[in-house]
Design a protein around this ligand. Structure first.
Ligand code: NAD
Length: 297
């Protein structure tokens, strides 16, 4: 283990959606000012939560910000006008939509603007870190890896740390120390496999529960009642959790297993049930959209 410490004077979070906004809040609560990036506000592709940005943080329950005043230490930025400001950031975490093509094109665009000494990492739920590393600028590659927070990041203790073959050992030690000491997390190092550890198991469990529910004709409430506190799990067990995660994000996470695990005996489960595809097409993406499996409470 190295004796150095990672000193983050300013961080950038790329993506102000469900995870990005809350990761920004968590970093700020640890005393680190944050630039929170997203598409410009006139971009029609922006999700509703991105449009609300920091304001949405103040409304979320449980509250991701330790105090309202901390919101002042988060600066909204956009990927068109504010790329020069990335130079000031020593820790940059990407948390945009779970799509390989979109992440790669963002990396190509922002790469030249990141300081050569910065730590650039991704919060992907399970896309290949090795493939993403392929479009990271050469000077940053040995500090690139997955730093996978769980939702909600302020309350979930676990962070997975996922290197690619070119991530150096010191980077992992520095990040593990930072995540543990500064952000109060428990770190598990995972290999760069489809959906890493927790989502490979957790999303599979949710997904197979959904398929069984459909086959058995069980309602959403019934399934949540059976898979929640009754068996020692939180209230947001299956369908409520899907709404918290985001139905589109969950479907993208499963697509990774569908495309990468063709020989898996459970492969048949890695397709979205038709009702879920319909909700996504209708824009009912979960809590972030105000409606999903359930309407926002
Ligand atoms: P989200 O849908 O809430 O937000 C995605 C953000 O990406 C939006 O703010 C959107 O404006 C932005 N975006 C969309 N297209 C873009 C583009 N072309 N260029 C730049 N930005 C673009 O998603 P999320 O749930 O916050 O997930 C973000 C990342 O975190 C994903 O990789 C996801 O897998 C991962 N993650 C999600 C969860 C979860 O529970 N939702 C948990 C852990 C990790």
């Amino acid at each position: 283990m190295t004796d150095h410490k990672l000193r983050v004077r300013r961080a950038a979070v790329l993506g102000s959606g469900v995870m990005g906004a809350q990761i920004a809040a968590h970093l700020t609560a640890a005393g680190i000012p944050v630039d929170l990036y997203d598409l410009p506000s006139d971009d029609k592709q922006r999700s509703k939560i991105a449009a609300g940005g920091i304001q949405n943080l103040l409304k979320l329950k449980p509250a991701p910000l330790a105090s309202k005043e901390l919101a002042e230490f988060i600066t909204p930025r956009n990927f068109e006008d504010d790329l020069d400001q990335l130079q000031q950031c020593d820790f940059i975490i990407e948390a945009i939509v779970e799509r390989m093509d979109i992440k790669k094109s963002l990396y190509e665009k922002i790469g030249p603007h990141i300081h050569a000494d910065a730590f650039f990492v991704t919060n992907t739920s399970g896309l290949s870190i090795t493939e993403l590393a392929g479009v990271v600028p050469a000077a940053l590659k040995d500090r690139f890896c997955g730093v996978h927070f769980f939702n909600p990041p302020r309350y979930m203790h676990l962070v997975e740390l996922i290197p690619h073959a070119g991530t150096n050992a010191e980077t992992l030690d520095l990040l593990e120390d930072f995540l543990t000491r500064n952000l109060g997390k428990g770190v598990v190092r995972a290999r760069d496999t489809a959906n890493f550890i927790a989502n490979r198991v957790g999303v599979f469990t949710m997904w197979s529960t959904m398929h069984h529910a459909q086959r058995l004709g069980l309602g959403f409430d019934t399934v949540d009642a059976l898979t929640g506190p009754a068996i020692g799990r939180p209230k947001s067990a299956t369908f409520r959790l899907a709404d918290v995660v985001g139905l589109d994000t969950m479907a993208n996470v499963i697509k990774t297993m569908d495309s990468k695990l063709a020989d898996d005996p459970w492969h048949g489960y890695y397709q979205a049930p038709s009702w879920l595809s319909q909700l996504i097409e209708a824009g009912a993406l979960g809590q972030k959209a105000g409606a999903g499996v359930f309407r926002k409470e």
